[in-house]
Design a protein around this ligand. Structure first.
Ligand code: SF4
Length: 172
């Protein structure tokens, strides 16, 4: 069955959030956002501004939809502070590789974890493509929900920008 990419394509951050927490994805999509004042988000923005300053092709915006940190001849690179959210980071990068493939561009990817001075290599496989398609369909369904998904206690909730919002509601 053909996959209607135009119908399902979305921002990279939403793919990342899908793998972190479905509720976070929904809240972010609805503009309920505490992240701009959140220390860790600010830290990430400063990191992006300062990292890899000599790279020519930084923050490449494609289709007003995805923004890739660095694009080189055969790789795309994402810069992250730490590998605490490694799986969501990898899925976001795989999504970018998948997105580029839909445009007829084939590349590999790396994630550069600055604090740990670690580089993770990522290559898109057929299995990954199936996973990405399924995630995009699920993301669309989640974003069409009238209410946010229920709170699911996750090990990183206390470090999430939505923590007070989620748990204050729960106490009510
Ligand atoms: S606090 Fe936990 S449940 Fe709430 S959005 Fe963040 S990760 Fe999801």
């Amino acid at each position: 069955m053909d996959f209607d990419f135009e119908k399902y394509k979305t921002q990279g951050i939403k793919v990342n959030y899908y793998y972190i927490c479905k509720r976070k994805l929904w809240l972010y999509d609805k503009g309920i956002c505490f992240e701009k004042n959140f220390d860790r988000v600010l830290q990430g923005k400063i990191l992006h501004k300062n990292a890899f300053q000599r790279e020519e092709h930084k923050d490449m915006l494609i289709d007003e939809m995805i923004k890739i940190d660095i694009v080189s001849a055969d790789h795309i690179k994402e810069i992250k502070i730490s590998s605490k959210m490694k799986n969501p980071d990898i899925m976001q990068l795989l999504y970018y590789l998948f997105y580029l493939k839909q445009l007829g561009i084939s590349k590999k990817g790396t994630i550069n974890y600055v604090k740990e001075k670690k580089v993770v290599e990522v290559e898109l496989t057929e299995e990954d493509e199936k996973e990405i398609k399924s995630a995009l369909i699920n993301i669309r369904q989640i974003l069409m929900m009238k209410k946010p998904p229920e709170i699911k206690k996750l090990p990183y909730c206390k470090k999430c920008a939505y923590y007070e919002f989620c748990y204050a509601k729960e106490v009510d």
